[in-house]
Design a protein around this ligand. Structure first.
Ligand SMILES: Nc1nc2c(ncn2[C@@H]2O[C@H](COP(=O)(O)OP(=O)(O)OP(=O)(O)O)[C@@H](O)[C@H]2O)c(=O)[nH]1
Length: 373
């Protein structure tokens, strides 16, 4: 899952390490005035990128603050050679803009190639730049670790937008909790409903399925197959019936039978299909669902991101389910949907089985994207 993106992120770390290493070969960087007037050679003290500060920070011998003040008269915002020397002496590292220029450009290209939405890619770059430039850390931290921590913060910043605890929301809501699923055709809505029913059962919540897809021939049979396999009650009306009435009946059934959650399917639609969007509004009026979840496939990349935005603009969603994450290498939709819509991704579909539904945990995802393996 998201292997392509993982590789690209690790490419950024390598780029920064290479650039900061390369700077160690620069004669200007090597010759650093020390407080006793001697010239220190970084080759004597320089740690590798893996076990010490970046080369741009490595110099020795400067421990005297007055001397530092005298030496730092360049007047620009770049850390002076002496500041860098001082940073080293105090066990801290400094990354400079020039160290990042090329790696950040490569990172931007990599994110866009991975189908990360443009504004999301820009936000990630801004955060990484801000976290790394002039940033000083304890000497124990390597350049690689500094990059990792900046990437971690930048990714969490966009991925965790709007995140809430889904299970807690279910636990605390008045029962029955009604959840309506929407999205375009064939992305995995019905399968996701069946999976969520199983996910809820694993946590002690009963559910009933209600087929609000009265539009498509065969929709009743498709969801009935899942309901039979899982042993769940299915509420359905004939094709052409009123979807709001079906979901309303589902809520009535749940209330009368102490069922915790109503999972309402709806016909696949485009946000531009006026009649179908009007149906969604009617469901909202008649049933007032606790949550409307937008379902799309991770493999659709930018298209999924655009659709999530358009659906949210047309009929507010509470969160998203991204299916087929198991088949998605790029990760662009998973990175972008929450930031672009302001609504969280709540689940990832990770296969065709009923157990292949994973609660979306931003921290876990970011850790796995940045893990060395
Ligand atoms: N690999 C994989 N396949 C999935 C996943 N979720 C759904 N699918 C498959 O995607 C196909 C479409 O799923 P459906 O649930 O029928 O899609 P839908 O959105 O309800 O389709 P319509 O009712 O036609 O709008 C099925 O073959 C599913 O098995 C997933 O997370 N991973």
């Amino acid at each position: 899952m998201f292997d392509g993106l993982k590789d690209k992120l690790s490419g950024f770390r390598e780029d920064v390490e290479e650039n900061t290493d390369a700077e160690g070969d620069d004669p200007d960087a090597d010759e650093t005035p020390a407080s006793d007037g001697a010239v220190a050679d970084t080759a004597d003290v320089e740690g590798s990128a893996d076990d010490g500060p970046s080369a741009s920070a490595v110099a020795t011998g400067a421990e005297d603050d007055d001397a530092a003040a005298d030496a730092d008269k360049s007047g620009d915002d770049e850390p002076s050679t002496f500041q860098r020397a001082k940073a080293f002496a105090t066990g801290r590292i400094i990354i400079e803009e020039e160290d990042l220029e090329e790696p950040l450009w490569n990172l931007e290209m990599a994110l866009l190639e991975s189908d990360v939405e443009m504004s999301v890619a820009e936000r990630i770059l801004d955060t990484v730049r801000e976290k790394m430039l002039g940033e000083s850390r304890k000497q124990v931290e390597t350049t690689g670790e500094l990059v990792e921590s900046a990437l971690h913060d930048a990714l969490i910043d966009v991925i965790a937008v709007g995140q809430f605890d889904f299970e807690e929301r279910i636990a605390e809501a008045d029962k029955p909790v009604t959840i309506v699923f929407t999205g375009v055709n064939g992305v995995g809505k019905t399968t996701s409903i069946a999976k969520l029913s199983e996910w809820l059962a694993d946590r002690g919540y009963s559910s009933v399925l209600a087929n609000g897809d009265t539009y498509r021939a065969g929709a009743n049979e498709q969801i009935a197959e899942h309901a039979d396999r899982l042993g769940r009650e299915l509420i359905s009306h004939d094709q052409g019936g009123d979807p709001a009435a079906v979901i309303y009946d589902g809520v009535e059934y749940a209330a009368a039978n102490d069922v915790d959650v109503v999972l309402g399917d709806t016909a696949g639609r485009l946000h531009t299909s006026d009649d179908l969007m009007a149906q969604l509004e009617k469901i909202d009026r008649v049933v007032d669902p606790d949550m409307t979840l937008f379902v799309d496939e991770a493999v659709a990349g930018q298209d999924a991101v655009n659709r999530a935005k358009e659906f949210n603009d047309a009929a507010e969603i509470d969160g998203a389910v991204l299916t087929k994450a198991d088949a998605d290498s790029s990760g662009g939709a998973a990175i972008s949907v929450a930031y672009v819509t302001g609504k969280p991704i709540l689940f990832l579909g990770t296969g065709q089985g009923y157990d292949d539904l994973t609660l979306f945990e931003p921290e876990e995802l970011v850790e796995s994207l940045l893990a060395d393996d």
